[in-house]
Design a protein around this ligand. Structure first.
Ligand SMILES: [Zn+2]
Length: 130
């Protein structure tokens, strides 16, 4: 099993989503693996937020943690244990053109019309955001 971190980044009622260039495809929050040997999930989270959005995550609050079966990654693992955080950020959004087709802020009404990556569709519904 792999360990993953996800970042819920919200501003003025809109959420920061990326359109993933790599599978699993779809619109997603910022997220990624906790690298092996990297035990600090906050450190992994801040690294992913910086890499994928250009933002600096400041205050990070754990929202939930959960094992998600059927959540695959390109390294061939089918189950990930996720730590989902709500993050406050500073800085400006910069698209990572290697990992994302686009990045932007979306309202819940707009998110309902998007093809969300399954795990993020699950989180946003579970948290009653959409
Ligand atoms: Zn993985």
């Amino acid at each position: 099993m792999h360990f993953s971190v996800g970042a819920l980044i919200e501003k003025d009622g809109k959420y920061l989503l990326i359109d993933r260039m790599n599978p699993p495809f779809g619109f997603a929050g910022i997220g990624g693996h906790v690298d092996e040997g990297e035990e600090d999930t906050i450190k992994a989270l801040k690294r992913e937020v910086k890499e994928e959005s250009g933002l600096t995550a400041t205050k990070c609050t754990l929202v939930c943690e959960e094992e998600i079966p059927g959540n695959f990654c390109k390294r061939g693992i089918n189950t990930h244990y996720w730590y989902l955080y709500k993050c406050e950020t500073t800085g400006e959004v910069v698209q990572n053109t290697k990992e994302t087709k686009s990045i932007g802020w979306y309202s819940p009404a707009e998110m309902k019309k998007l093809e969300l990556e399954p795990v993020w569709d699950y989180w946003f519904k579970k948290l009653e955001i959409i």
